[in-house]
Ligand binder design. Structure first.
Ligand SMILES: Nc1nc2c(ncn2[C@@H]2O[C@H](COP(=O)(O)OP(=O)(O)OP(=O)(O)O)[C@@H](O)[C@H]2O)c(=O)[nH]1
Length: 302
């Protein structure tokens, strides 16, 4: 195909950043899109900067070179769709998808040319979608799917490195009554409040989840059962203080809501479901004791 346009103009107007290097890695082509992506002018980089200064590390630059030489990756002298980062002029990481080819002449390596497709928007979208996939909309807490991923991972860690992992299972008492007497919107407000109470009341290493409708879980790494019981008691009191429908509140006599909390601990040597079931059984004994209290798992719970 013949076009009435010269190659330099083609590269210049290319909407993807194009960077070419000589065999020593010194930049020889740097188009307008590359200027926009990285915040350098072509004059600042051509013949001056080495491509290694744009990659996040020497190791990454070497890896890309190795991939280009690896025939089994994308064919000889090529790399396609490789995701990595480059550093802009403010030394901030910019995600890119790289497609590059080696320039060979008479069997000798003369340099390479790469298309550095900007992935900033896609990566931001991926982050948002990932967050949505593990978050419960109403409470803002993590959801059940993420709960099982995290419990399994923390149990594995305990099994490998030792220590104690605790789990607090929380179920609301009287929640149905709130919905029935005051409406679902009021019930939703309580779920939102719990999200806030649990987020505010935990350390950074602890995690709170909405397990189901009115059931919540707290996963507490490096926490022995006695400390987990104390934390559960603090959460119970905090909720009663903050909730207009808690026992003792004079806001509304029509309905009362409280928490039943069950605590279990493990050293990792059991199936995930057994651990969760033990916390659930402890919560159930709190319910049987009249609710609004904390109980810990003991063999007498079953
Ligand atoms: N408003 C609202 N209600 C919900 C939501 N998810 C579940 N529910 C309600 O939560 C209630 C759960 O019922 P129950 O388990 O009997 O709740 P409870 O009255 O606290 O009873 P016990 O657990 O036995 O103490 C039901 O009325 C559900 O409709 C939600 O997202 N918003």
């Amino acid at each position: 195909m013949h076009l009435n346009i010269n190659q330099a103009d083609l590269i210049s107007i290319c909407p993807d950043p194009v960077i070419a290097i000589n065999r020593r890695g010194v930049i020889s082509v740097f188009n307008t899109s590359a200027e926009n992506l990285l915040g350098y002018s072509a004059d600042q980089v051509i013949g001056v900067m080495n491509i290694r200064q744009i990659y996040p590390s020497d190791a990454e630059a070497r890896k890309i070179m190795r991939l280009m030489m690896d025939e089994s990756f994308c064919g000889p002298g090529r790399v396609e769709g490789y995701e990595t980062y480059v550093l802009n002029s403010s030394r901030e990481k910019v995600p890119i998808r790289l497609s590059a080819a080696m320039l060979m002449k008479q069997g000798e390596y003369r340099g390479s040319v790469g298309f550095f497709h900007d992935m900033t928007r896609q990566k931001a979208l991926e982050t948002t979608l990932l967050k949505q996939s593990i978050t419960d909309d109403l409470s803002g807490l993590y959801n059940q799917r993420h709960f099982y991923v995290q419990v399994a991972s923390e149990m594995m860690r305990v099994k490998r490195y030792g220590g104690e992992l605790s789990l607090v299972c929380i179920d609301l008492d009287g929640f149905k009554q709130v919905n029935d007497k005051l409406g679902h919107l009021e019930g939703d407000q309580i779920v939102r409040l719990i999200g806030r109470v649990l987020r505010d009341g935990l350390r950074d290493s602890d995690q709170a989840f909405r397990y189901g409708g009115d059931e919540f879980m707290l996963l507490l790494p490096n926490t022995v059962k006695a400390d987990a019981c104390q934390l559960a008691e603090r959460v119970r009191q905090l909720f009663n203080l903050e909730c207009n429908y808690s026992p003792g509140s004079h806001h509304n006599q029509a309905a009362t809501v409280s928490m039943s909390l069950g605590v279990a601990s493990c050293s990792g040597a059991e199936p995930v479901d057994f651990f969760v079931q033990r916390a659930d059984m402890a919560m159930y004994s709190a319910k049987q004791a009249g609710g609004d209290c904390v109980r810990q798992f003991s063999t007498g719970n079953n």
